[in-house]
Design a binder for this molecule. Structure first.
Ligand SMILES: *[C@@H]1O[C@H](CO)[C@@H](O)[C@H](O)[C@H]1NC(C)=O
Ligand SMILES: *[C@@H]1O[C@H](CO)[C@@H](O)[C@H](O)[C@H]1NC(C)=O
Ligand SMILES: *[C@@H]1O[C@H](CO)[C@@H](O)[C@H](O)[C@H]1NC(C)=O
Length: 191
């Protein structure tokens, strides 16, 4: 009997926490990211730099498809690039290598520059060596205030969830060679 009472209290507590989380999420525009979750969810902060090299002998980003309107579309709608881009610790491509960004990006907005991205950030050195983080979202590459999602992860990042902010450090529209900064906040229910 006591056990059951405890169970009910526990469920009520969870329900009220969930409600608070839901309310917080609904108004997250005015609430700092670190307040989105209640309780001691382990948080990992990672800053890294993404080198998109789409032209030249050292290219790591390749066009794999165009749509029937890519060449006439103001947003290059429907192009798709496959990448294996370098991730480093600072904007300098010769700075310590952290891993590779492997995956796809393409133009998915007919009217504005809004790329679809799906990258696996594959760490090849440091404390996360061998682990991956899946970064997905709508990437308005001309905006310096863009937000992406952490969709999941493996290894060190199992059950990961999180938020990514990105900005362009340098870029060339003609070649699509560019360096992006990513600030990644990872939340995990396990340490
Ligand atoms: C896509 O179109 C661009 C621009 O015309 C061209 O350079 C490229 O070769 C095309 N790529 C594919 C995979 O069709
Ligand atoms: C990363 O892990 C791989 C596989 O375990 C290992 O071969 C490699 O030496 C490690 N690299 C670094 C820089 O720690
Ligand atoms: C990343 O965080 C640093 C330090 O807080 C900040 O200066 C920078 O503007 C942030 N960049 C992005 C893309 O959020």
């Amino acid at each position: 009997m006591e056990k059951r009472a405890f169970g009910v209290v526990f469920l009520l507590a969870i329900a009220s926490i969930s409600q608070t989380v839901a309310q917080t999420l609904l108004t997250h525009g005015s609430i700092p990211v670190e307040k989105l979750f209640l309780g001691p969810l382990p948080v990992t902060q990672i800053r890294l730099y993404f080198h998109n090299v789409a032209a030249g002998p050292k290219a790591t980003a390749y066009r794999i498809a165009n749509s029937s309107i890519t060449n006439t579309s103001p947003t290059l709608f429907g192009f798709l690039n496959m990448i294996d881009n370098l991730l480093t610790a600072s904007p300098d491509p010769n700075s310590p290598q952290l891993g590779r960004a492997q995956g796809l990006y393409g133009s998915a907005d007919l009217n504005a520059i809004g790329f679809f991205i799906n990258f696996n950030f594959y760490f090849t050195s440091g404390p996360y060596n061998g682990s991956t983080l899946n970064i997905i979202g709508r990437d308005a590459v001309f905006s310096n205030n863009r937000e992406l999602s952490v969709g999941g992860g493996t290894g060190h990042f199992r059950l990961a969830n999180g938020i990514v902010t990105a900005r362009t450090i340098s870029g060339d529209v003609a070649t699509m060679n560019a360096v992006f900064e990513f600030n990644i906040t990872v939340y995990q229910p396990i340490p």
